[in-house]
Write a protein that binds this ligand. Structure first.
Ligand code: SF4
Ligand code: MG
Length: 319
């Protein structure tokens, strides 16, 4: 079976000006990412902010072109897919339901917007489809004429989900879709996304800095650090036995019962490095409790073995 989503050596750089009269610098936001997502899988992408997750999401949506490499959907390079066709097949759900919905439009017109833009169905059919989709995401028809400002955060995210799904996409790219919500509402939205995935045979790429959320929803997880994937595993295996020291540190920091009281030595004590000046060798080495002499000079490649993929000199195939 060929992959539904495949990225090959995907790279994106940005030119950053450090200030007037200072030379421009190059930021490698995404630095050679190879991913493969099969139909109806959920790929979780985790890492601290600044690791390149959102840039990756924008490239998967065709919103940001790669500087090098490619994104393929069903074997077709997305740069060669007509924009409207791409929008029909790949839809986003973003973090902030407050800013991603037009405050002056009614809920019904927000949800039918993709149908209107793509000219799908008659006016009556679009209205009917939008109301059905609102109902399906848990918003009864009485909300149809409200504006986003009259809804709670969770309800607004339901609207964003209805808008994404109303045109029957194959793929949904979710960038921190529950991060702005209360914990109890987060769980409801995650469970809704899981139900919808089954019902509509959707494939998700689910981006989050929250490991608990990713454990709940993903079938496989890519851990990113400074623009690269450092570990890629099946979800249950990654959470049972993380291999990369960065993944281990991320998991350990989640397990801290009361942050600030007894913070364990996770190796994440040093702050996230400046992406404009990434460390040499393994980019994680200044923060790594398990680093070896070669780690500061030799870059570990992401290699596959029986347990998945990992980029670290601790694993023999990387020496
Ligand atoms: Fe730590 Fe070295 Fe592995 Fe990097 S390559 S994560 S520094 S042990
Ligand atoms: Mg982000």
């Amino acid at each position: 079976m060929s992959a539904l989503i495949q990225t090959t050596n995907l790279q994106r750089t940005f030119t950053v000006s450090a200030g007037l009269f200072k030379p421009k610098q190059t930021l490698h936001a995404v630095n050679g990412v190879d991913l493969c997502v099969n139909r109806s899988d959920v790929l979780g992408v985790v890492g601290e902010s600044g690791c390149g997750k959102s840039t990756l999401a924008r490239m998967l949506l065709g919103l940001t072109p790669p500087t090098q490499g490619s994104v393929q959907i069903d074997g077709q390079d997305i740069s060669k897919i007509d924009r409207r066709e791409l929008a029909r097949r790949v839809q986003p759900i973003f973090q902030d339901p407050y800013s991603s919905l037009n405050p002056r439009r009614t809920i019904a017109s927000i949800v039918s917007f993709p149908l209107d833009v793509l000219g799908i169905g008659s006016t009556e059919e679009r209205k009917k489809k939008s109301l059905e989709m609102l109902e399906r995401v848990g918003l009864p028809a009485r909300y149809a004429n409200n504006t986003p400002g009259q809804l709670s955060g969770g309800q607004r995210q339901r609207v964003a989900i209805a808008r994404a799904l109303v045109i029957n996409p194959e793929i949904v790219i979710c960038d921190e879709p529950t991060s702005a919500l209360d914990v109890s509402v987060q769980a409801q939205i995650l469970n809704l996304l899981l139900d919808l995935r089954k019902e509509f045979n959707l494939t998700y790429v689910f981006i989050s800095h929250n490991l608990a959320v990713v454990e709940h929803i993903a079938t496989q997880v890519a851990v990113m650090y400074l623009g690269r994937v450092v570990e890629l595993r099946q979800t249950a295996e990654l959470f049972k036995e993380p291999r990369h020291p960065y993944t281990q540190a991320l998991l350990a920091s989640v397990l801290t019962p009361e942050p600030g009281l007894g913070i364990p030595d996770t190796g994440l004590g040093l702050s996230f490095p400046d992406p404009l000046h990434p460390p040499t060798g393994c980019a994680f080495h200044p923060r790594c409790a398990q680093r070896k002499p070669e780690c500061s000079t030799s870059h570990p490649l992401l290699r596959r073995d029986a347990q998945g993929e990992v980029a670290c000199h601790l694993y023999p195939s990387n020496r």
